[in-house]
Design a protein around this ligand. Structure first.
Ligand code: NAP
Length: 244
């Protein structure tokens, strides 16, 4: 059987790192994409050779990166695209950036990384995804559906829009044989969290704890597997019941 190939954005730490590991452990080739060079903390086979260094905030300059990705797909097939890279800017002393505190540049940067790059990566790789009958997973957030004490206005709006984009992709790409879904994490123990989130989870999450990155990674893997072959256009909540 030919080795399946995944393109994973934001793999250097957190949820992305755990996701790369789960796919690699299951025999996939993992192409990674992030702003920094390959992180030596990601120990999967062929990691450094399969890394593409690209800043998703520069969406105008995505095309050379897309060409590089296509060059790395030997049979012109991509089995999965996971749009996981995301940013959640904070104000001074980690304060929440509301509408009044958010500059246009903040909105632009957040939307470029969290939303526009997702649409453009999918557009640029749709032939390769269709050739493999592959699937796309977009990483949204619980902040996309409710006001959150730490996530800011631009971040929350971008994640709400990403869920809408997931719906659009699911309808447009399914006839090409490509499934699109979203996973929506709650409070997962990564560098993106603000101080105080563990205590917040203890109060607000029915399971009374933070989630682990691997618990999100396993759900992403399910959505890209044969076990989810008729799942399209859904958003899976991975949050210990925080959304109920
Ligand atoms: N942790 C949570 O509780 C939580 C909750 C809800 C949703 N999420 C979502 O889950 C996803 C992963 O979050 P995380 O907690 O694992 O975050 P994280 O630990 O901060 O990791 C973010 C990743 O995105 C990459 N990235 C950031 N800006 C980028 C850019 N301009 N271009 C390319 N790559 C970029 C980073 O790599 P470089 O720094 O090398 O670029 C890093 O690998 C995000 O979409 C986030 O919104 C997380």
């Amino acid at each position: 059987m030919t080795q399946r190939i995944l393109l994973l954005t934001g793999a250097s730490r957190g949820i992305g790192h755990a996701t790369g590991k789960v796919f690699a452990d299951n025999g996939w080739r993992v192409l990674t994409l992030s702003r920094q060079g390959f992180s030596p903390r990601c120990p999967w086979l062929g990691g450094p050779e399969n890394h593409i260094q690209l800043d998703l905030a520069n969406v105008e300059h995505l095309e050379p990166g897309l060409e590089e990705i296509r060059r790395r797909l030997p049979e012109g097939k991509l089995d999965a695209l996971i749009n996981n890279a995301g940013i959640s800017p904070k104000g001074p002393e980690n304060s929440r950036l509301g509408v009044l505190g958010s500059a246009y540049q903040t909105w632009l940067q957040v939307f470029n990384v969290n939303l526009f790059s997702t649409a453009l990566l999918a557009k640029g790789l749709i032939d390769q995804l269709a050739a493999a009958k592959g699937s796309i997973v977009n990483v949204t957030s619980i902040a996309g559906t409710r006001v959150h004490p730490y996530a800011g206005a631009a971040y929350a709006s971008s994640k709400a829009a990403l869920l809408t984009l997931t719906r659009e992709m699911a309808a447009e790409f399914a006839p090409l044989g490509v499934r699109t879904n979203a996973i929506s994490p709650g409070e997962i123990d990564t560098a993106i969290l603000s101080p105080g989130t563990a205590a917040f989870a203890d109060r607000e999450v029915p399971m009374r704890r933070l989630g682990k990155p691997v618990e999100v990674a396993n759900a992403i893997y399910f959505l890209c597997s044969e076990a989810a072959s008729y799942v399209n256009g859904t958003e899976l909540h991975i949050n210990g019941g925080q959304h109920v």
